[in-house]
Design a protein around this ligand. Structure first.
Ligand SMILES: C[S@@+](CC[C@H](N)C(=O)[O-])C[C@H]1O[C@@H](n2cnc3c(N)ncnc32)[C@H](O)[C@@H]1O
Length: 488
């Protein structure tokens, strides 16, 4: 049982920071790249790597590796008042002369999050466990639009990471989860991070917030596509990807006009229906604009092997038995592939648009919420001003952070330019191949000239019919605006 104290958590959090138990340290230190695992056998290696008697190593052994320590191990390294508070909160429990850690602590940006110890994944307790910040949390964190708003919902909040992070830019935040243990962790983390505008509630999907509306709903839901529903942190009781579908279709009722739902998700491709058509069916008549980015795809067999082996290690069945069970399920329902990615849905009255894109991978280390806002604004213009005539008044502007990469090839003993690529690295990287003529045209797109003027000038330069040049300019500009390589 975790207990937030009446006192501020600063004695604990300041000490952790001073000791170097920080996000920066976790990123830098190779010891902290892999989660401690008894099953995969890295625990003895991690124990060895944390053997030097320092305050940081003690904290790592307790709250990362999950090792009990006797007082002789930490005497002189961890101040008594800090140990006393760790015990008072229930994060450490004295037992037969040793101090046993009950949580794993993960630093995330300037915050600290308590969750179940990593090795719970390998035990029967995995069914009700509360997850620590993991790669899909991080992806959603990077993806989330961070602008000042009134009301935010973190749906399936787990230990409350996204809610705590949103508390800085949203006036009222709700962290909601089906698992009461998650609510307990979220409440504790709200205290641990000194936040006072997050309400933590328990219940199924939107039930705890019935009748309320939000400007932002962020959700990293239990989206694994599995035949069972035993592990609450990643599984749900609906067929295949049904939970994500239901969540997406219900969300608009809980969004204010202009409000966003942002989720991580997986969905399937079944025999006779492409994955794009499946998504389009989910997104029809929602009263929302939608942007989907598919970032991975796996055959049913590859998906089952990966999930069973690496992400859901605990089961009374053997891996082979589970694999057979999963494949029988997929075969019965015609599942050929599983797709994964992110989706943003914006509630908007009027005629809505849907855009579905693909990237080879989505390994974002910088926030890209601003790119999402930009993308929605661009798409609005593209949809509402479809005709070339309307586009003539646009004043396209090349963003300051775009770059051109050029490849050279050896030709008769000389380096000659060949392929060119326009790139915008940013939070959500984007790129497009282009030819030198377009590169030259883009140089003049500084936001002061209309497309009409730019087209006319280009037509005079290349001595081609102005109508034809304008048409080509519109096609190019449209493509570049779609990919955020030109702004309007
Ligand atoms: C993948 S975890 C995400 C946790 C956290 N938001 C994060 O990003 O790390 C999914 C969370 O959804 C919760 N959950 C599962 N089914 C749910 C439901 N029907 N309604 C609300 N939450 C649910 C789980 O308990 C779990 O905490």
């Amino acid at each position: 049982m975790l207990t937030p104290l009446a006192a501020q958590p600063t004695a604990i959090t300041d000490f952790f920071k001073e000791a170097g138990f920080t996000h920066e340290q976790f990123k830098r230190n190779p010891t902290l790249r892999d989660l401690p695992s008894g099953r995969l056998g890295n625990l003895s290696d991690l124990t060895e790597r944390t053997s030097e008697p320092t305050a940081l190593n003690i904290l790592l052994r307790w709250f990362f590796l999950g090792l009990p320590l006797g007082s002789e191990a930490f005497a002189g390294l961890i101040p008594a008042p800090v140990v006393a508070q760790l015990v008072e909160t229930g994060m450490l429990v004295p037992d037969a002369g040793r101090y046993v850690p009950k949580v794993m602590l993960t630093p995330c940006d300037g915050f600290l999050f308590a969750a179940d110890p990593a090795r719970t994944l390998e035990t029967p307790e995995a069914s009700g466990m509360v997850l620590w910040p993991n790669p899909s949390t991080r992806l959603l964190q990077m993806f989330t639009i961070r602008r000042p708003t009134t009301a935010m919902l973190d749906l399936g909040a787990g230990c409350g990471i996204l809610a705590v992070l949103a508390a800085g830019h949203c006036r009222q935040v709700v962290a909601s989860d089906l698992n009461p243990r998650a609510t307990e962790f979220a409440r504790f983390n709200v205290w641990l991070n000194g936040v006072n505008n997050v309400e933590c509630v328990t219940g199924d999907t939107f039930a705890p917030v019935e009748g309320r509306r939000f400007d932002l709903i962020a959700s990293n839901p239990p989206f694994f596509v599995t035949p069972s529903a035993d592990q609450i942190y990643c599984e749900n009781s609906m067929e295949l990807d049904g939970y994500c579908r239901e969540l997406i279709r219900a969300a608009p009722r809980y969004l204010n006009e202009g409000g966003f739902l942002q989720i991580t998700l997986e969905w399937v491709e079944v025999k006779g229906q492409s994955w794009r058509d499946r998504l389009a069916e989910w997104l029809a008549d929602t009263g929302c604009d939608a942007w989907v980015l598919r970032s991975y795809t796996r055959s049913a067999a590859a998906y089952a092997a990966e999930r069973i082996g690496r992400m859901m290690p605990y089961s009374p069945l053997t891996e082979n038995q589970r694999f057979d069970e999963w494949m029988a399920y997929y075969r019965a329902l015609g599942v050929e592939e599983v797709q994964g990615g992110i989706m943003a849905l914006r509630r908007r009255s009027g005629s809505n648009w849907i855009r579905i894109e693909e990237v080879a991978s989505l390994d974002c280390t910088e926030p890209f919420g601003d790119s999402v806002v930009e993308l929605f604004a661009n798409q609005d213009r593209l949809e509402s001003e479809r005709s070339d005539d309307r586009m003539m008044a646009w004043k396209p502007r090349l963003p300051a952070d775009v770059r051109i990469d050029q490849q050279l090839h050896l030709d008769d003993g000389e380096w000659k330019p060949s392929a060119m690529q326009l790139r915008r690295p940013g939070g959500l990287p984007t790129a497009l191949a282009l030819d030198p003529q377009v590169a030259e045209f883009l140089r003049k797109c500084d936001g002061t000239r209309t497309l009409d003027e730019l087209g006319e000038r280009l037509a005079a330069e290349v001595k081609v019919d102005a109508g034809q040049v304008r048409q080509q300019c519109c096609a190019v500009v449209r493509k570049l605006v779609e990919r955020r390589l030109l702004l309007l």
